[in-house]
Design a protein. Structure first.
Length: 225
């Protein structure tokens, strides 16, 4: 069972996922975010995805904190593009002794997800208002070029900053955020053609192509899952 709540860290979400009887693990869809994860005594980092990620191995209990897009690299000290489409041990990024202390601390906590949140609160860098405005504008469907102009960023600078913060360029981020808006509407029962029109796709076929590219399945199958 998946459960989440807003974090005390601005824009972040604290979540847990425990196995339940039924079909196998559901895919994790691209969302523009990165996560700090706890699983079976290990601390891991989920990098930014460009396609659906399907956990392997037997069902297991997970806890995590999902950071607002663009904020995790400053906390982790690693550019997002180095972690794109990867799950890595935190010990591969931070000193082993430091990770060992954190592992013991979280293992001893009554609620590992809350302990992860405390770690994030202690180590988070001040939010970058420019990046937050960029994410907000793209999430609302603003064009990348117009948003860059409003922020006073040239195309090359915006692309470099996006690779570091999000793991990919601003156009990919905009497409992923648009897909998330579309999935929210479709799950709410909005017809597919109307969903496509309301979220800026050329037509329903365009929406279907993006769903296939980012999730590896059809919109109908995705919603049934």
């Amino acid at each position: 069972m998946y459960e989440e709540r807003p974090s005390r860290l601005a824009g972040a979400v604290v979540w847990t996922n425990t196995p339940v009887p039924g079909p196998g693990a559901r895919p994790v869809l691209p969302d523009g975010c990165m996560d700090l994860l706890w699983n079976d005594g290990r601390l891991l980092v989920a990098g930014p995805d460009t396609h659906a990620y399907v956990p392997d191995g037997p069902p297991a209990t997970w806890a995590g904190i999902r950071f607002f897009p663009g904020t995790a690299p400053a906390l982790l000290g690693v550019p997002a593009h180095e972690l794109r489409d990867r799950r890595v041990e935190l010990a591969d990024l931070w000193p082993t002794a430091q990770v060992r202390r954190l592992t013991g601390r979280i293992a001893a906590a009554a609620h590992p997800a809350s302990a992860l949140e405390e770690v994030a609160l202690e180590r988070a860098a001040p939010p970058d208002p420019e990046l937050r405005r960029l994410v907000t504008a793209l999430a609302e469907g603003r064009p990348v070029s117009a948003t860059a102009d409003e922020l006073g960023l040239g195309a090359r600078r915006l692309h470099r900053r996006s690779l570091t913060a999000f793991g990919y360029g601003p156009k990919t981020l905009a497409r992923i955020l648009r897909l998330r808006r579309a999935l929210d509407l479709a799950r709410a029962g909005v017809p597919y053609a109307d969903t496509a029109a309301r979220t800026g796709y050329a037509d329903q076929a365009h929406l279907s192509r993006d769903v296939r590219e980012f999730t590896g399945t059809t919109l109908s199958d995705l919603l049934r899952g």
